[in-house]
Design a protein. Structure first.
Length: 225
C-alpha cells in the first residue's frame, strides 16, 4: 500500500509514533502533524496524495473539530476522529460534521489499522475512477481528461493512447506494442500514425506534454518529471 498516504494528527508524539509504526508495517505512507494549524498546512500541501486522516480532537492552536470543519469545506477525504472522551454526544456531533469513523482512546492499534483498511476499501471503487498523474487527471468512467482542473477535448483514440501510456507509466513502450494494444492486432496501417497522435496529445496537454518522452529507436514512455 505504498501509494496510500495517511495523515496522523495528534499533539502526543508517542501516540503518533505508535500509530505510525503499526501503519508502516502495512506499507502505508505517513505524514504527521502535532497541532491543528500544522495539520491544515500539511493537508493543503499534500491534498492530492492524502487518502485518509487520523485526527485527534483535543489539540493546541486548533482543535480537531475546527480542522474537520475546514477540511470538509473542500474535501471528502475519509477522516477518523481520535478522542479520549467517549461520550455519545461527542460521537453524534462528529458524524454531523462529516466524520467517517470515531475511535475512543485508549484503543488497540491493530483495531485502528483494521478500521483504516476497512474505510479505504469502502471508498476505493470511487477513487479508482479518478487517477492523477502530475496534474493530468483521467476519469476512467467518464472517459475525460483534465489538465490542472481544465477539461481538454480528445478523440477516442487519443484518449485510449494516453490512457495506455499512463497505465504503463515509466515503461518504454515500442510502437508495435502500442499499435497492438491501442489500435488492436487487426490494424495494418503505418506506425507513424502513433507519432501524429502523440504530437496532438502533447499539444493538448500543454506543459504536461513533456511527460510523454520519445525513446529513440523504441517508441514512447510516460513519466511524470
Amino acid at each position: 500500500m505504498g501509494d496510500i498516504t495517511v495523515l496522523i494528527v495528534d499533539d502526543e508524539e508517542r501516540m503518533r509514533k505508535l500509530i505510525k509504526d503499526f501503519l508502516a508495517q502495512k506499507g502505508f505512507g505517513i505524514l504527521e502533524a502535532g497541532d491543528g494549524e500544522e495539520a491544515l498546512k500539511i493537508f493543503e500541501e499534500n491534498r492530492n496524495k492524502i487518502n485518509l486522516i487520523l485526527l485527534d480532537v483535543m489539540m493546541p492552536k486548533l482543535d480537531g473539530w475546527s480542522v474537520l470543519r475546514q477540511i470538509r469545506q473542500t474535501s471528502k477525504v475519509p477522516i477518523i476522529m481520535l478522542t479520549a472522551r467517549g461520550e455519545e454526544q461527542d460521537e453524534l456531533f462528529g458524524f454531523e460534521l462529516g466524520v467517517d469513523e470515531y475511535i475512543s482512546k485508549p484503543f488497540s492499534p491493530k483495531i485502528l489499522v483494521a478500521r483504516v483498511e476497512a474505510i479505504l476499501k469502502r471508498v476505493e471503487p470511487e477513487e479508482k475512477k479518478l487517477k492523477n498523474y502530475g496534474g493530468i487527471v483521467i476519469d476512467a468512467e467518464g472517459r475525460t481528461v483534465t489538465v490542472d482542473g481544465k477539461q481538454i477535448e480528445m478523440s477516442l483514440r487519443e484518449y485510449e493512447l494516453l490512457k495506455y501510456l499512463v497505465d504503463n507509466a515509466n515503461i518504454a513502450l515500442s510502437r508495435d506494442k502500442i499499435l497492438n494494444n491501442v489500435w488492436n492486432y487487426d490494424y495494418y496501417g503505418d506506425s507513424r500514425t502513433i507519432d501524429s497522435h502523440i504530437k496532438k496529445i502533447r499539444h493538448k496537454l500543454g506543459k504536461k506534454g513533456k511527460y510523454i518522452e520519445t525513446i529513440r529507436g523504441i517508441g514512447y514512455k510516460f513519466e511524470v518529471k
